[in-house]
Design a binder for this molecule. Structure first.
Ligand SMILES: Cc1cc2nc3c(=O)[nH]c(=O)nc-3n(C[C@H](O)[C@H](O)[C@H](O)COP(=O)(O)OP(=O)(O)OC[C@H]3O[C@@H](n4cnc5c(N)ncnc54)[C@H](O)[C@@H]3O)c2cc1C
Ligand SMILES: *[C@@H]1O[C@H](CO)[C@@H](O)[C@H](O)[C@H]1NC(C)=O
Ligand SMILES: *[C@@H]1O[C@H](CO)[C@@H](O)[C@H](O)[C@H]1NC(C)=O
Ligand SMILES: *[C@@H]1O[C@H](CO)[C@@H](O)[C@H](O)[C@H]1NC(C)=O
Length: 541
């Protein structure tokens, strides 16, 4: 028993789990040092990374962007494996680079410079919230800075943005710069709705259903890498496959859903565990497995579910510092909707229209419900854009967040197609071939993700909610037992004190400054692998 190699079981074959496995397996000094296993509940590797195909186009169902290429380890890997170029077109969203077409409910095309004035207000406010330096010539005046300073405390991003917009209106009123309306839109209602469109984009960035639940103070601690944001031409999954490629066959076991993790916070109870290993895993098929160390990489949503009393994923239950952090942190739903334009429309030029669908920014009536078109469904009204995934692609994409995303998951294809068609024909209503040269599109096929209801994820990514703080992310990362005997290097002392590092935690939600991202998950996997390597006096490479 003493001569046996320590057994490490990693739960989850997503970015965090596979990075940890890759590190533990390739650290030269660990060769033959560990017995290593990855158990994955699903039938594929990648987790919240799932590159797929739709109507012949390569698409991402989960992680899509490298959020800043400067210093990103994901970018480095993608570059090394030559994944940033592809013969085949991919979801590169190049339409963003051109001027987006912004159309308000009722079919009013908005002047780009008018849209830009609100867009830059929003961007400046977010820069302020994120602690970035503001251009002195920018639109933000001293009053906005005061508003931000005054309310730093128990403040949400949502209420900060509202204060910012109010201050902007006071300013423009003073200077008599109030804008004219169009159709049944007042100038102010248009500004409000353009601002709301950006808030909705922010909801998809953060996964917070309501920005009033997104903590203001955490915003400035969140780190982004500098440089461009790009997607991966050969697919995000190519990075996952590269990490997994060094692992021998059989090391990753698919279809192995863990339902219970038994651990030993106190002195090892040899009566109930005569194997001598402190952790016992129970799988959904009733089988069990013992381990010295497990690295839990399941999503924060799965952890939230797991600490519910009726679930009992951990036995004994996790200590309260852990469950409090798990409960307080935010974890929301973001889904992607892909639509195929019907061939007949995309292929034919109708009335000399160009067939190219634009990067369409959608502006909906906000407060005045009388003005709302009754047939545009509520679940589309907080969607910011609809756009081809690359120039001339027949596949269009929208992102959804929060309640709207969850509702989208519950609809059938016909309901989605009808809702989107109604919306698009309202926006492009003025003529079949509108002023921008776009024929009224018809949709043939639909694909949407279901991250919120998939039991292996139960949502999309985490955020720091009001009432929580970045410290909770650190608490989530702490290994258990907390008072484990970290000096123990043999089984002799494990009988008198609890075994150290029984449960380690990795995954996107355990990274203080890069949570919600693939690189955050990557760093967390490295961190926990290194923790174990250090424990076994192996610093790795
Ligand atoms: C729609 C969407 C868009 C996104 N866009 C971006 C983006 O553009 N850029 C970016 O950087 N990030 C993005 N993300 C976030 C990114 O995908 C995640 O942060 C990252 O992939 C999380 O990796 P992880 O290893 O922490 O968790 P996961 O990928 O969730 O891995 C955990 C694994 O554990 C498995 N599992 C769960 N429960 C059990 C169990 N009981 N037993 C065994 N196995 C279990 C799961 O099946 C999963 O494979 C996006 C996510 C979504 C959903
Ligand atoms: C991943 O993609 C495949 C199709 O390529 C799909 O069948 C599967 O449901 C997807 N999984 C998730 C969790 O989205
Ligand atoms: C607002 O204007 C649009 C476009 O002209 C029209 O279809 C709609 O009926 C109007 N709504 C109301 C309530 O007047
Ligand atoms: C702080 O936030 C909590 C949770 O949203 C709220 O209930 C409370 O009223 C807020 N306190 C102050 C002083 O704003």
């Amino acid at each position: 028993m003493v001569s046996k190699k320590p057994r490490i079981v990693i739960i989850g074959a997503g970015m965090a789990g596979l990075t940890a496995a890759n590190k533990l397996y390739t650290a030269t000094c660990s060769n033959e040092l560990f017995e290593l296993l990855v158990v994955e509940g699903g039938t594929r590797i990648g987790g919240r990374i799932n590159t797929s195909e739709f109507c012949g186009d390569r698409i991402e169902l989960g992680a899509t962007w490298i959020h800043g290429i400067g210093g990103s380890p994901i970018h480095k890997i993608a570059q090394e494996i030559n994944s940033l170029e592809s013969e085949k077109p991919w979801e590169c969203m190049d339409g963003i680079l051109e001027d987006p077409l912004t159309i308000a409910e009722g079919g009013y095309e908005l002047n780009p410079s008018f849209v830009e004035s609100i867009s830059s207000l929003f961007k400046n406010l977010m820069d302020l919230a994120q602690g970035k330096v503001i251009d002195e010539d920018g639109e933000i005046d001293a009053r906005l800075k005061q508003a931000a300073a005054k309310s730093a405390g128990n403040l949400s991003v949502g209420s900060f943005l509202k204060q910012g917009l109010d201050a902007y209106w006071r300013l423009t009123k003073d200077e008599k710069l109030a804008v004219n309306g169009i159709g049944n839109w007042s100038g102010k209602s248009l500004e409000e709705a353009i601002f709301a469109m950006h808030e909705n984009t922010q909801r998809t960035y953060t996964s917070a259903d309501d920005l009033h639940t997104l903590d203001y103070n955490a915003e400035s601690e969140y780190k982004m890498f500098p440089g461009e944001e790009i997607t991966i031409a050969k697919g995000y999954l190519s990075v996952i496959e590269s990490l997994a490629s060094v692992l021998p066959a059989g090391l990753i076991q698919l279809g192995r859903k863990v339902v219970k993790i038994e651990w030993q916070p106190e002195t090892m109870n040899t009566e109930i565990n005569n194997i001598g290993l402190p952790v016992k895993l129970h799988f959904c098929d009733g089988s069990t497995m013992y381990a010295d160390h497990v690295i839990v990489t399941v999503s924060l949503g799965v952890l939230k579910q797991g600490i519910r009393q009726d679930s009992g994923m951990f036995s004994p239950p996790l200590p309260s510092f852990k469950t409090k952090a798990i409960s307080r942190l935010g974890y929301g739903v973001v889904d992607k909707l892909f639509l195929q334009l019907s061939t007949s429309i995309a292929d034919q030029e109708i009335n000399d229209c160009k067939t190219k669908f634009p990067f369409l920014q959608m502006i909906f009536h906000q407060s005045d419900s009388n003005l709302r078109h009754p047939k545009i469904p509520w679940w589309i009204r907080r969607t910011a854009f609809l756009s081809p995934i690359y120039s001339n692609s027949r596949v269009l994409l929208s992102w959804f967040a929060g309640k709207e995303a969850l509702h989208l998951e519950s609809l059938n294809d016909e309901e989605i197609l009808s809702g989107v068609s109604t919306t698009v024909s309202n926006l492009l209503s003025h003529n079949l071939c509108n002023s921008a040269g776009i024929p009224q599109p018809k949709f043939a096929k639909v694909l949407r993700t279901k991250w919120g209801t998939d039991p292996l994820f139960l949502g999309s990514y985490s955020y720091v909610s009001v009432g929580s703080s970045c410290d909770d992310l650190d608490s989530l990362a702490e290994p258990l037992p907390k008072n484990g005997n970290i000096c123990s290097d043999s089984s002799s002392s494990s009988l008198s004190s609890s075994s150290p590092l029984q449960i380690l935690f990795a995954g996107e939600a355990t990274h203080r400054t890069h949570y919600s991202t693939t690189h955050g998950a990557y760093f967390s996997g490295l961190r926990e692998a290194n923790r174990l390597l250090k424990h076994y006096n192996c610093i790795g490479v």
